[in-house]
Every structure is written in C-alpha cells, then in structure tokens.
Design a protein around this ligand. Structure first.
Ligand code: NOJ
Length: 561
C-alpha cells in the first residue's frame, strides 16, 4: 500500500464490537441473541461503522461467556440458529457492514467432542495428543506438571476427572484459562487441519474476517518447562522473550497458513489478532505482509490519560506498524477491560484484570469520567488507521460498579475467590429505551447482569434526540473521519504545552479536495487552554475562546494552511 492507493476496507475501518449476550435480547430470556443484533443493525449503520466484530456465538456451555466453544460450526441455541447467523451476515451486508467473527483456537470447551474423546482415550493416544495431557510431579503425580498459572487465577493444570485411567495414572491437562477451557496442541498437524476447515466453513458463509482469540498463546515450548516467575501483564504482554507459552515465534507459522486461506477468496478477508505483545516493534511482526492484517493496539489501550504517554504511544504505533507496511489500529474498550471513561478517570494505576467494584480502592468520579471518556474517544477517532469501538461506548457507558457478588459471572471472580472482580462491569446489557423493561434490552425485563440505574439516562433513544449526546459526538466524528479521509491521513505534531496534544492530520492527496487537514487539539489537563485559530468541526466538551479541561477539539485548518 502506498500513500496514493486507496486503502483496503479493513485498513481504515471503524469496527464495532458486538458482545452478543449483552447487545439486544429478542426472546426475553435475558441474554442477547442474533435476532436481537439484526434488529439493531440500523443503529450500527447510523453510527457510521464499516464492520461489526461479533464475539463468539458458537455452541458453548458458556462457562466463559462463549470463549469456551464446544462446536465451532454451529450456533449456540442461546443465541439462535445457523439460519440466524446467515441472516445476520446478509442483513449486515445489505447495510454495507462487513462481519468479523471471533475464533477461539487456543483452547476448546471441555465439552467439545475432541476433548471428550481425549478423556475417553488412553494415555499417549492420538486423541490425547490434540491437547496437553501430562503426568503430575511428586509422589503419585499429585503436583501439577509445571508451574504455569491460569490467566483467571490458580494453576494452569487440572487433574483429569474420574480417577486413575486404564494406564494406571491420573494425568493432568493444561488450561491457560478456566479448567473448562483445555489448551489445544498446535504442534499436532491434526489441530491445524481442523481449523483450516473451520475458517473455510465461515468464510464460505460470507464472513469477512476473524478476530483471533489469545493469538499470542498458541505455541508452547517443547517439554513444557517451568516458567521463570515474573509479572506477565494483563494478557502476557510483559512476558520476556522465549517465555514458555506467551508470544512464541512458532505462532507466526499459523498466521501465514491462515493468511493464505484468507487470500484464497476473491474478496480478501481480514484477520485481526488478539495479541497482548509488547513492545510495539514486536507486535508489528504479527502484521507483516504475509501474516495477520491487524492486531489490537493494546499499548494504546494501556496508556493512561496523560499527554506524554499518549503522544509516545501514538508516535510509536505509527512508526512500528508503518515500518511493516501495516495500518495502525486503535482501541480504548472491549469486553475484557474496564470501560475507558472509568479507567482513564482513575487517578491511581488502573487495576487491569482486577476490574472495578464496590470495594475497589478508588471509584472514578462520573463527571470526570464522562469528560475524559469523550475526549479520549474523539482523539482516537481522528487517528490514521482503523478504530475499534466497543458496544455502549458510543452511549458513554461507564463501568458498572454495583453488581452484587451473587450476580457476578466472570470465571475470574470465582477462580480468585472474589479477590478480582473481573470483567462483568463492562459487560452489562445495553440501555436502548429509557422507560422500558431492562431499558429496552429485553422484552421481558430480564437481564443476565443487573443494569445500574444510571444506564437509564444513557439510553440510545434519549441520546438520539440530543445533539450534545455522546452518541451524537460519535456519529459526527465518524462521519467527518470518513469525509476528511483522516483514517488515511498522515500525522504531524505541532509544538505544544506538556499537557496538550496538538496534531495535524493531513489527508492523502487523492482522498480529499482539502489541503489543510484537521488540527486535533487535546487538553489533557484540569485547566482551560486557549483555542487555536481554525473553524471548530467538532468538540468533546465546551469550547469558546478556550478549550475546557479534558476536552478534544477538531479544527478545520484549510484556510490557515
Ligand atoms: C480473550 C477473550 O477476549 C476473553 O474474553 C476470554 O476470556 C479469553 N480470551 C479466553 O478465551
């Protein structure tokens, strides 16, 4: 891709993440479903998104909200049927929206027939070699085979249920996540072949791409050696080089294989990796021309609301991704992290992975969170590349802090015995209508997680009618982003105060009649700052002669250029 050729769809897309169980419930069971998503596609199209990424809707016992798949080629009855999936793809396409599905290759559910067969098969069998079964250490093998820990807390090994097998040994199996999510053995070609078939199954049905779950965990070190105990970060991004299970080089072989499959279709399908990999130069290796199309920019998500951190991570991202010819991506929120208005408003280091709840040491101030959340969103939507928007962020939703202990569902909560709240607070079902049961989420008023009272004022229907709403802000920003070709633009910094970001985004010559570009000024401070010259295109907060604290403004500088 050169600056003068139009970018492929995924390179500049705004991709809207739908978390099916919390988006819209059509049948009243309190859990969102595919017909519910279809009924709200107009909302996503009106937002101006180019694509939806739908978190897993495949058959699953739902012990990790669908990231524990028991059949990759069928839809869980909770969410609908294969016909509903076909209808979702067709209805999205009819509105010009691409559809990205979410594939989970690191592990299956323990209910998957492959794992059930493995349990029923003897020690050393082909069936067991699809996963990691090992004898334990110590007398009678009562200690786990190594010291690896689960991302959700506790050991990464569980003893095979049902006592001693026919070979006289009760083995252990590996799970980097919940014990209901046994890890697949990607050294076994049988596993890779099955996933080729799964990719084709969905590509043939019209899926435009895949988000790849735990893309940094598939390769394990030969012999499964102990890990040197060290901080691993949220998803393994702090793991050192040559860590026994995070970010091993062998994963790149899988991506080359998958890229070839994606490219075998007439219209190129996109692959985006959930890869918690730092530094950015290392992450950029994942999006080399024959590997994935994109990875989530978690370095950006991890940055605090701090001008220097933001400037550095933006600069580094554009340099590192650009260095391998890939567009950068930007993401602030998803179903695994504290919603960004709340997270960025915290004054102490955010407790990633721990979540936020009633007994957390700090509760973000809601007004401050609103201002910072809007300013952060307006900055992200100006940046060159592709942006991911998590459902509800366009409504300005904040983390739900008041979920009662007995309503919590995240395995993290259970595996840490309540020490970590986990991710329920960002997964609460959306408010669509202010004065309707479950705020319009479900016709019966049921909701799998309780919705906080403050969701009422954030209902989409109220925001539709309010030009000052966060929904209106997102719509305006995404429309201007497209009209002004910002996603294909080039970013240069203007000199500024330490607590201000001041960038000029210049569109490529072929993409826009304008020459001046857009000046993006972000006031990352508690004090108002002077408004520079230029016509205000959109602002996240109040702007007069000055820019209010925690506010982003886009200025048309065509005349000044
Ligand atoms: C990352 C997913 O985003 C998360 O929700 C899930 O729990 C883990 N991977 C395990 O699949």
């Amino acid at each position: 891709m050169t600056p003068d050729t139009p970018a492929p769809w995924w390179a500049t897309a705004v991709i809207y993440q739908v978390y099916p169980r919390s988006f819209c419930d059509s049948d009243g069971d309190g859990i969102g479903d595919l017909p519910g998503i279809i009924s709200k596609l107009d909302h996503i199209a009106a937002l101006g998104a180019d694509a939806i990424w739908v978190s897993p809707f495949f058959r699953s016992p739902q012990r990790d909200a669908g990231y524990d798949v028991s059949d990759y080629c069928d839809v869980d009855p909770l969410f609908g049927t294969l016909d509903d999936a076909d209808a979702l793809i067709a209805q999205a396409h009819a509105r010009g929206l691409k559809v990205i599905a979410d594939i989970v290759p690191n592990h299956t559910s323990s209910d998957h027939e492959w794992f059930v067969e493995a349990l029923e098969s003897p020690h050393g069998s082909d069936e067991r070699d699809r996963y990691f079964f090992r004898d334990g250490r110590g007398d009678g093998g009562i200690e786990p085979p190594n010291n690896w820990t689960s991302v959700f807390g506790g050991p990464a090994w569980t003893r095979v249920p049902g006592g001693v097998g026919p070979h006289g040994v009760q083995q252990w199996y590996l799970h980097l996540f919940d014990s209901s999510q046994p890890d697949l053995n990607w050294d076994n070609p049988w596993v890779a072949q099955r996933f080729d078939q799964i990719l084709r199954f969905w590509f043939d049905r019209g899926i435009d791409g895949f988000r790849i779950d735990v893309a940094n965990g598939l390769a394990k070190a030969p012999g499964l050696p102990d890990a040197i105990p060290t901080a691993l970060g949220v998803g393994g991004e702090s793991a050192p080089v040559n860590h026994p299970y995070w970010n091993r080089d062998q994963v790149h072989e899988v991506w080359r294989r998958w890229r070839a499959i994606a490219q075998s279709y007439d219209t190129e399908r996109a692959l985006v990796g959930e890869a918690w990999v730092l530094p950015l130069d290392r992450m950029a290796q994942w999006v080399r021309p024959d590997e994935l199309h994109q990875t989530f920019n978690f370095a950006y998500l991890l940055a605090r609301w701090d001008a220097e951190q933001l400037r550095n991570v933006i600069e580094e991202s554009l340099r590192a991704f650009g260095g391998v010819g890939a567009p950068s991506t930007w993401v602030l929120s998803n179903h695994d992290t504290i919603r960004h208005p709340s997270r960025l408003a915290l004054t102490a280091a955010p407790p990633h992975g721990l979540g936020l709840g009633q007994s957390s040491p700090e509760h973000p101030d809601p007004s401050r969170a609103e201002a910072i959340g809007r300013a952060a969103s307006l900055l992200m939507l100006a940046l060159p590349g592709s942006a991911y928007v998590y459902q509800g962020e366009e409504l300005g939703l904040q983390e739900a802090l008041d979920i009662p202990d007995d309503a919590r569902q995240d395995p993290t909560w259970f595996r840490t015995e309540g020490a970590a709240y986990g991710r329920d607070g960002c997964r609460v079902p959306l408010p669509w209508v202010a004065d309707a049961p479950a705020y319009g989420f479900s016709p019966s008023g049921a909701s799998w997680l309780p919705q906080p009272a403050e969701f009422r004022a954030k209902a989409a229907q109220l925001q539709e009618a309010d030009p000052e709403s966060t929904l209106a802000l997102y719509r305006t920003a995404i429309r201007l982003r497209r009209e002004l070709a910002l996603a294909q633009g080039t970013l240069t910094w203007n000199a500024s105060e330490a607590s201000t970001l001041d960038a000029l985004i210049t569109p490529p010559a072929h993409a826009a009649a304008r020459s001046g570009g857009v000046r993006v000024v972000v006031n990352v401070s508690e004090n108002a700052i002077p408004l520079p010259p230029g016509k205000v295109l959109v602002a996240s907060g109040s702007v007069g002669d000055t820019i209010a604290p925690h506010t982003t403004v886009w200025l048309d500088v065509q005349d000044e250029a």
